[in-house]
Design a protein around this ligand. Structure first.
Ligand code: ATP
Ligand code: MG
Length: 408
């Protein structure tokens, strides 16, 4: 059985994995990798090294201007203005309904060339559905979207030339080697054979997989497989790279590495990145701007710093025996007060200056935690619930397990 990821990857070219891969691995290997086969079979779906079957997309090798907006480097908005960047993705009222369910509900976006743009939201928020519409894998029910100036409904082929995708579910073929997966992708995209080998070297180097490129993907770790898929997404030099949950299910250390690779590819390949995530830290660390999405709607959109600024102060969490909050609520620097039993959460301006006074007024304090706001606080501020926490829809861990097992 094929994984969701592979099915979605192949559907970019309307090719079924069964015909492209299972029937023809032998002939594919012979043609592209020079691997002799003991029992060659007649290919039903011939992977010609040209664009003659109408499925291969020409490569866009146009060099683009160096883009601004690297995370954390100076004033992002000033950089944008100075570099006169243009919107590379624009949506208006973009909507997707599945029966009664409005998975994506009238989304308006304008994403600039060179941005790392994040869609941050919990399970089922509509992140993958939004990406799928932008990548022409799903048709919008309503509204419009333009990617690199092309309409996703009427100019789908042109959109596909401009984009690369790393799916939420694993989509590399695990019985092939890393290099063979790259070959397959290069053939599908019609990457010029004269630059192919050099391009393999470049993308493999970018993700530090040169040494393992000739090993079978099924022997890769989860992080290596993700890195291969990043390399593959970049192979044809797309202008825009979609990353759907790029670090889903990876341990914190591997996640950190993947973030470094993503930053590196943004710097070296000058690609616009649209990523989805439900990891706040990922959005904060990688993204120039973040759209917070819940129930198919964008509820806030700005730079991570500005979003956190909305909270209006630092967060102080106190565990107090018999909290006395009357006087606290009257203090001008206390922006917000929440109480759940003995746990009191305050939003406080200039918390360092005022902490002492607060502690003297609230009663018998058992513990104190003071921190700057996170995007989770922003999410909580707008929705009344936290971004973490898996919903009843199978939730996060089930998805991780599915992703790790290749979706089977
Ligand atoms: N093909 C489909 N048919 C019916 N409902 C769907 C389909 N695809 C997605 N949905 C529903 O649309 C909603 C949004 O799903 P989507 O996969 O876009 O969420 P997500 O934000 O990517 O979530 P996650 O973080 O779990 O990946 C969910 O309620 C989901 O069940
Ligand atoms: Mg998703």
């Amino acid at each position: 059985m094929q994984s969701d990821g592979i099915a979605r990857y192949m559907s970019l070219w309307n090719v079924s994995r069964t015909s492209a891969h299972l029937s023809n691995v032998t002939s594919f290997q012979q043609q592209t990798c020079g691997i002799p086969s003991k029992s060659p079979r007649t290919p039903q779906w011939h992977l010609a090294d040209s664009s003659d079957h109408g499925l291969i997309l020409p490569v866009c090798l146009k060099e683009r201007l160096r883009s601004p907006g690297s995370c954390g480097s100076g004033d992002y908005w000033q950089e944008l203005a100075m570099n006169d960047t243009r919107p590379i993705i624009e949506t208006l009222g973009l909507t997707k309904r599945f029966g009664e369910l409005r998975a994506v509900d009238h989304i308006d976006l304008s994403i600039r060339e060179g941005e790392v743009f994040g869609l941050l939201g919990p399970n089922g928020a509509g992140k993958t559905t939004t990406l799928s519409m932008l990548a022409t894998l799903l048709k919008p029910t309503e509204g419009t979207a333009k990617v690199d100036g092309h309409d996703v409904l009427t100019e789908a082929a042109a959109v596909r030339k401009s984009i690369g995708i790393v799916f939420q579910e694993p989509s590399s073929d695990d019985i092939l080697t890393g290099r063979e997966n790259l070959y397959l992708h290069a053939l599908m995209y019609g990457v010029d054979r004269r630059i192919r080998e050099q391009r393999f070297r470049e993308v493999l180097k970018l993700v530090d997989l040169e040494d393992r490129a000739d090993g079978q993907v099924k022997k890769y770790s989860g992080g290596m497989r993700r890195r291969l898929e990043l390399a593959r997404g970049l192979l044809h030099k797309p202008k825009i790279l979609f990353l759907d949950e790029p670090t889903l299910g990876l341990d914190p250390q591997t996640r950190e590495h993947i973030w470094q690779y993503i930053r590196r590819l943004v710097d070296l390949e000058h690609v616009t990145v649209i990523l989805t995530t439900h990891y706040m830290e990922e959005a904060e660390r990688l993204c120039d701007r973040v759209a917070i999405i819940d129930d198919g709607r964008i509820i806030a959109l700005d730079t991570p710093e500005r979003l956190k600024h909305i909270i209006g102060g630092d967060i102080i969490r106190l565990r107090i025996q018999n909290p006395q909050l009357g006087r606290i609520k009257e203090l001008g620097y206390v922006v917000k007060t929440d109480q759940a039993g003995d746990l009191v959460t305050l939003t406080v301006k200039d918390s360092g200056v005022h902490l002492q006074e607060i502690l003297s007024l609230v009663g018998d304090v058992k513990s104190v935690e003071l921190r700057t706001p996170t995007l989770n606080d922003v999410f909580l501020h707008f929705t009344g619930h936290e971004i973490r926490g898996d919903n009843a829809e199978g939730g996060f861990f089930q998805r991780v397990a599915r992703a790790r097992s290749g979706g089977n």
